[in-house]
Design a protein around this ligand. Structure first.
Ligand SMILES: Cc1cc2nc3c(=O)[nH]c(=O)nc-3n(C[C@H](O)[C@H](O)[C@H](O)COP(=O)(O)O)c2cc1C
Length: 222
């Protein structure tokens, strides 16, 4: 099958790993400000996949969750309103209140669900929030989690009423997005979208998840 990685590539990876086989490497013939940093951010972005199955018993500690929110605190914000607020959860009892209110693609079974969550809220008292604000914050936390050997998945498919009730979220907060986190159990491979244009993910026999991305040439508009 086109785009299927060889067994040795997949076996050398292991859970929480992701590989991008088909996309071009950065052009090394061009001068780069700091090639080491360029490759670090690329590695992080490649590994920064949407993992949905986790070693649920591997906990994320509260200090790490605070560290993540501190990074979101430093992110850009339209008109610097800083209206996103964050509710974190990393203990099993609170996690159990969140999990029934989210829909992940192929919801993981008990034992493989996320061990932590960041619920991103909009504080409506601070004025209009733009979607890019919380997207930037979510991606920043996601990258920081990957850097620590964790992984996660952004979740927009939320039973917002159910979650508000379960967590007692005050009415001046809008529930925007959840970032589920944990130690990933999945291995993922980035593929290039084929001629049929399909962007649906698929699993192979080894339960490796394949994520098609459009080619670089397809994205750059002349
Ligand atoms: C704003 C946003 C909301 C998302 N909501 C969900 C969701 O509700 N459930 C889910 O399983 N995945 C969700 N995802 C994950 C996407 O399905 C995922 O990013 C996409 O399939 C590409 O995979 P990748 O992140 O590994 O590149 C969401 C992603 C984003 C950016």
């Amino acid at each position: 099958m086109p785009g299927t990685p060889s067994q040795d590539v997949v076996q050398s990876m292991g859970p929480g790993a992701a590989v991008c086989r088909d996309l071009k490497e950065p052009d090394s013939s061009r001068p780069q400000f700091n090639p080491v940093e360029v490759s670090m951010i690329r590695d992080l972005v490649v590994k920064n996949r949407s993992y949905r199955r986790f070693y649920q018993d591997v906990a994320v500690d509260p200090a790490t969750m605070r560290e993540f929110v501190d990074l979101a605190r430093l992110c850009p914000s339209a008109a610097n309103r800083q209206a996103p607020k964050y509710m974190v959860s990393c203990d099993p009892s609170r996690n159990a209140l969140i999990y029934p209110n989210i829909r992940m693609d192929g919801n993981p079974p008990e034992g493989e669900s996320p061990s932590a969550y960041v619920v991103i809220l909009e504080d409506k008292r601070l004025g209009l929030i733009l979607a890019c604000d919380y997207g930037i914050a979510a991606q920043t936390i996601h990258l920081a989690a990957v850097e620590k050997g964790l992984g996660g998945c952004m979740i927009g498919n939320i039973d917002r009423n159910g979650l508000r009730e379960a967590l007692g979220i005050a009415s001046h907060f809008e529930i925007l997005l959840i970032l589920a986190l944990g130690k990933p159990m999945e291995t993922m491979v980035i593929e290039t979208v084929g001629e049929d244009g399909a962007t649906q993910q698929w699993w192979d026999d080894e339960r490796v998840r394949h994520v098609p991305k459009r080619s670089l040439d397809d994205l750059i508009v002349d």
